[in-house]
Design a protein around this ligand. Structure first.
Ligand code: AMP
Ligand code: MG
Length: 413
């Protein structure tokens, strides 16, 4: 047993073989959720011009230092600047300009008084502007003004290669005027299951058969981590049928072939020998629970990961080994999860292997408290559906008392 690789050794062993997919320059509207393949520097100052952050009146701050509602300062209104209009208006002392949020500030003015701090008569029907405005509160120079480059300076590094383009990043790129960006191609992953017992939902369940859960679970996992999936369905425990699926995966030019089941020590577990016949198996079995029979190698030069058949094991194998591969293929520079410290409120037994247990955790005054979701058998997918977190029991640990602290992560980060 001790000659088996640990989880982290196996992760490193697998990851070393993968590199990011090639970059492609895409229109920004197609780049959402992709990973940047270039550093983004700003070619602009943002804001590009000093502008008002309020609807109000642009003034000389020194004119209105003593303004109160009782002793208002009356200024002559000499112009109007809506957003989107650029106009040079001379504003002398004793004068003001009506200005809207986002409109360029007249060069003479050094403050904006929000409309709420002013009083003025409704303009006459033939007039667009009130003739005067009463200022009810003082303003300091700079008040309600967004200066040039307040947010971004031309030449600033705004985002680095490896960043995922979420909604806020897409918005930022649009704000910078970037119409095309270099992003990595999404990896293509072929998925199939194997087993004579498997039946697809919708068909009747004959004695001895079970519905195939892994294919669609793995399809869904691949999509969850932003990769493209080629669903090859189910192969029976038959050498020729499995080879046909492997060959289809090759013809689909995928970046990774992912299978479930048929990689253990059963009499009909053909996948390893098939892959080996036309490629190699470089890793088989990891010192973990669940998910020990994990298999890694390549088939006709395409990387191959064989996940165990038990549904919880297949899920865990994906989260622990396939997810980092997908991240690296997409061009992410790191894929560490956000770990939480969980205090267990029941004793936990383990078998000395690094274990990933399904748990319900709740946050109690800033502290995570957790307990397991029932029977942790590797076929019991319900325990995973009931869980909102996974707990990591390190290797060598055989039992943990109530109140012990372990690391874990939330399933829906
Ligand atoms: P195996 O690795 O082929 O020995 O399968 C281990 C266990 O996982 C057996 O109980 C299988 O019936 C079950 N199993 C294998 N593939 C699937 C699948 N696609 N969906 C649900 N259960 C599966
Ligand atoms: Mg089987």
């Amino acid at each position: 047993m001790s000659e088996l690789l640990s989880v982290s050794e196996a992760q490193r062993f697998i990851l070393k073989d993968f590199k990011p997919t090639e970059p492609q320059k895409l229109p920004l509207e197609q780049a959402s959720r992709r990973i940047l393949a270039e550093d983004i520097f700003s070619s602009l100052d943002l804001p590009p011009f000093a502008n008002s952050s309020m609807d109000g009146f642009a003034v000389h701050a020194s004119d209105i230092g003593a303004a109160t509602p009782e002793h208002s300062v009356i200024l002559k209104v000499v112009g109007d600047i809506p957003a989107g209009k650029h106009q040079q208006i001379k504003v002398a002392h004793g004068q003001a300009v009506r200005i809207m949020t986002g409109a360029p500030l007249p060069v003479d003015c050094d403050a904006v008084v929000p409309v709420e701090n002013t009083r003025f008569d409704t303009p006459a029907p033939d007039q667009e502007l009130p003739a005067t405005v009463e200022i009810l509160k003082p303003a300091r120079p700079g008040d309600s003004i967004r200066p040039v480059g307040q947010d971004v300076r031309q030449g600033d590094l705004i985002m680095s290669r490896g960043t995922r383009l979420g909604p806020q990043q897409v918005g930022m790129l649009a704000m910078l005027g970037a119409s095309r960006v270099a992003v990595h191609r999404p990896p293509r992953i072929a998925v199939f299951s194997s087993g004579d017992e498997l039946v697809t939902a919708g068909a009747p369940l004959e004695p001895g058969k079970i519905y195939d859960s892994n294919t669609l679970m793995l399809v869904s996992l691949v999509e969850k981590y932003w990769a493209e999936v080629i669903n090859l369905g189910i192969a029976p425990d038959d050498i020729a049928a499995i080879r046909r699926l492997l060959d289809r995966a090759v013809s689909e030019k995928v970046d990774l072939i992912l299978s479930s089941a048929g990689v253990s020590v059963g009499s009909y577990d053909y996948i390893r020998s098939l892959v080996q016949a036309d490629g190699e198996i470089t890793l088989w079995r990891v010192n973990m629970r669940p998910g020990k029979p994990l298999t890694y190698g390549s088939y006709q030069h395409i990387p191959f990961i064989g996940l165990p058949g038990n549904p919880v094991s297949a899920y865990m194998g994906f989260e622990i080994f396939v997810r980092p591969v997908l991240m690296k293929l997409q061009g992410r520079l790191s894929w560490q999860r956000t770990m939480i410290q969980v205090e267990i409120d029941e004793a936990i037994e383990s078998d000395g292997r690094e274990s990933y247990l399904r748990a319900i955790v709740r946050n109690q005054e800033g502290k995570w408290i957790g307990r397991l979701t029932g029977h942790q058998g590797s076929g019991n997918l319900r325990s995973l559906v009931q869980a909102n977190a996974l707990l990591l029991i390190p290797s060598e640990v055989k039992s943990l008392p109530v109140g012990a602290r372990v690391e874990g992560w939330l399933l829906d980060e």
